[in-house]
Design a protein around this ligand. Structure first.
Ligand SMILES: Cc1ncc(COP(=O)(O)O)c(C=O)c1O
Length: 375
């Protein structure tokens, strides 16, 4: 989540920021991030974005292709600056996650394959005079729930660091990316302390400053999407609970078929079941809400059948007007939201103890047409 209030919360704790666009750099600076603690990843950095980052003096660019390396050198030359870089190495490690969020395989668009990366560092050292090799970067994917892919990637990255040092290239930073997974349903993701220990064991004596880019594990389970039930409907094959949030607010179920736990927002559970088990639903299991009364699809108002939050889900009783919480929506939730179907985006509210602050106002219809012109 890139809301500046959330960024500031981390910045105040001493965190740096990993960015993937000029817009994210703008947000990081607005949140008060120290440019010297900003790294810039992403396969498609535009020249204007590179120059913005050079002007504010970020720590380093995580470069993802040979052409980008030359473009970075060219931008730095134009601005009469030196650009520090790491190459994002693609270690060809299977992260055992959803294919859309695996990034460290040869077939993925990210990074440069190990041997080629070493050649690029050597080429840069000899030919690209406005560049300074500062580190090595490796981010293999997201929602990774085992330690072994991280350890495998680290082993490969350590070999690269050794090779680079033998070529006289001074590697000061190792950016090991993010990717640690969280529990959405029953995933048994390692605790960050276990991940930390595995990284420390693997990098002992390596003589580098480590950079971490965790996202989901920091905020995923810190956020929920609260929506209101508009209608309930009993179809011939299924029950539907139609809510006022939609795939434009939380895209993960539509995009990856992701599971988000669903809870009723009420002080006491209502005992009256309105809907019955649908004929097509699977054998009932105890839901993680601690009991259920219906099996239904939870869907939004958007004109796509892909607009759903849950399918054939055992749920507690809901009726029109009830509030429903879609759990674990703190990461890749609002940040992936859109205005599809001309739906103003939701407000964002930060809660601390029994206090709350609105950190982003609900969008208005006027916001929807901002910048548009009648011709
Ligand atoms: C380069 C990079 N670093 C870090 C992250 C954060 O990953 P996660 O949220 O899985 O920790 C991402 C996610 O897309 C990324 O692309």
């Amino acid at each position: 989540n890139s809301n500046i209030a959330i960024l500031k919360t981390f910045v105040k704790e001493g965190s740096g920021v990993d960015i993937v666009s000029g817009g994210e750099l703008y947000r990081a600076l607005k949140a008060g991030a120290n440019p010297n603690k900003i790294v810039y990843s992403g396969v498609g950095k535009r020249a204007d974005e590179i120059e913005y980052a050079l002007k504010v003096g970020i720590l380093m660019f995580n470069v993802e292709s040979p052409e980008e390396l030359r473009a970075l050198n060219e931008s730095a030359r134009r601005l009469k600056k030196k650009a520090s870089f790491a190459i994002r190495v693609n270690p060809d490690v299977e992260p055992k996650t959803h294919p859309y969020i695996s990034t460290g395989l040869k077939k993925n668009k990210f990074g440069i394959e190990a041997n080629k990366a070493v050649r690029e560092y050597v080429y840069a050292k000899n030919n690209l005079k406005n560049l300074i090799p500062l580190g090595v970067d490796c981010h293999i994917g997201s929602q990774i729930t085992q330690l072994s892919p991280f350890v495998d990637a680290l082993k490969k990255t350590k070999n690269i660091i050794a090779l680079l040092r033998s070529e006289g290239i001074d590697v000061q930073y190792l950016d090991i990316g993010g990717g640690l997974g969280i529990t959405y349903k029953d995933e048994d993701a390692p605790h960050p302390s276990k991940y930390g220990k595995a990284v420390m064991d693997e990098t002992k004596g390596l003589g580098v400053t480590l950079i971490f880019e965790p996202g989901r594990v920091m905020v995923g389970n810190a956020g929920i999407l609260v929506t209101k039930v508009l209608y309930t409907k009993q179809g011939t094959e299924k029950n539907f609970i139609i809510v006022d949030a939609a795939m434009n607010d939380l895209a993960r179920p539509s995009l990856y078929g992701s599971y988000h736990a669903i809870k009723a927002v009420r002080k006491t559970a209502s005992p009256i079941p309105l809907l019955v088990k649908s004929p097509s639903s699977p054998p009932l299991e105890k839901g993680d809400e601690g009991g259920f009364e219906i099996v239904a699809d939870v869907v939004g108002p958007i004109c796509e059948s892909g607009d759903f939050f849950a399918k054939d889900r055992p749920l507690p009783f809901f009726q029109s007007g009830d509030l429903m919480a879609l759990m674990s929506a703190g990461a890749y939730g609002f940040s992936m939201s859109s205005n599809y179907n001309s739906r103003p985006r939701a407000a964002e509210v930060m809660v601390k103890g029994n206090k709350f602050s609105v950190i982003r106002e609900r969008e208005s219809y006027k916001d929807l047409i901002k910048g548009e012109k009648l011709v």
